[in-house]
Design a protein around this ligand. Sequence first.
Ligand SMILES: Nc1ncnc2c1ncn2[C@@H]1O[C@H](COP(=O)(O)OP(=O)(O)OP(=O)(O)O)[C@@H](O)[C@H]1O
Ligand SMILES: N[C@@H](CCO)C(=O)O
Length: 305
Amino acid sequence: MSVISSITVKVPATTANLGPGFDCIGAALTLYNKFTFTPLDGGELIIAVTGAEAERVQTDTSNLLYQAFVKCYEYIGETPPPVKMAIELGVPLARGLGSSATAIVGGLMGANQLAGAPLSELEVMKLAIAMEGHPDNVVPALLGGCRLAATSADGWEVCDIPWHGDIIPVVAIPDFELSTSEARQVLPTEFSRADAIFNTAHLGLLLRGLETGQGEWLRAALQDRLHQPYRQALIPGYDAVKGAALAAGAYGMVISGAGPTLLALVDRLHSQAVEAAMLSAWQSVGIIAVVRSLSLDTQGASYQG
Ligand SMILES: Nc1ncnc2c1ncn2[C@@H]1O[C@H](COP(=O)(O)OP(=O)(O)OP(=O)(O)O)[C@@H](O)[C@H]1O
Ligand SMILES: N[C@@H](CCO)C(=O)O
């Protein structure tokens, strides 16, 4: 029997909602966390974290990566082995770029591989959605690309959403955190018929805009009435950054996930101008940010050699 010395899983960041697709659509981005699992002969759990803000990640059993690791073993009815986990952070924490989804997907995949791969990708996906509570980060983190997830009679239907190669996602990441649970608490539990129709129509338009790259469709589509109106007040500088992005030629700007990162969709010609405009708008209200043009990650979570 071969003994596994260690397993590394690389998981992409994700941007969820894309404006009108609250809790159902998300895209994987070219920014990554890496998780290495090394079985130990015995002793205490060891969690070592490197990268920016490493000191903010829990290193005891409350760590989300470890909780996902344990969840996989619970599901297959086995006791989790003693393990050392090394976390290399590339995805900023609690910024609306799916950091929690990377930990959930990474922990489930690491455990599944160490246990001899008893779970299918579909089972890993269902466990990940159950842990996160919504599908729009964990599904693209696992599968890559842009994905839409909808409930079906016996679980989930997931489809990939074509993304035109000329559409660039520009992320403006401020230097403050906003936890997803805090950003969900400000949302109403009921909505008007007009708002439901507004989002249904705009999500439909967004899907066609993403597929074709048609600028007018994208410009109209990147609007929302289910979450953004309630969350904007949690993000100082939102109006200034949005105004600057649009003036510099972005199709639109939305809150990435639960925020506070802001996401502009832009054509190739305007991406540098939009980056500069978003950065300086945030600086003008005293907020330090990192602004980057990224690409879609098409691979999703993967085991590294
Ligand atoms: N690499 C990691 N390892 C362990 N735990 C992590 C890791 N990354 C994030 N977490 C946990 O997830 C929390 C952040 O989750 P939260 O859902 O608030 O934000 P997010 O996932 O970054 O944003 P969003 O869901 O809006 O995209 C962190 O405070 C930490 O507890
Ligand atoms: N759809 C989720 C994404 C963040 O995890 C939200 O907006 O709360």
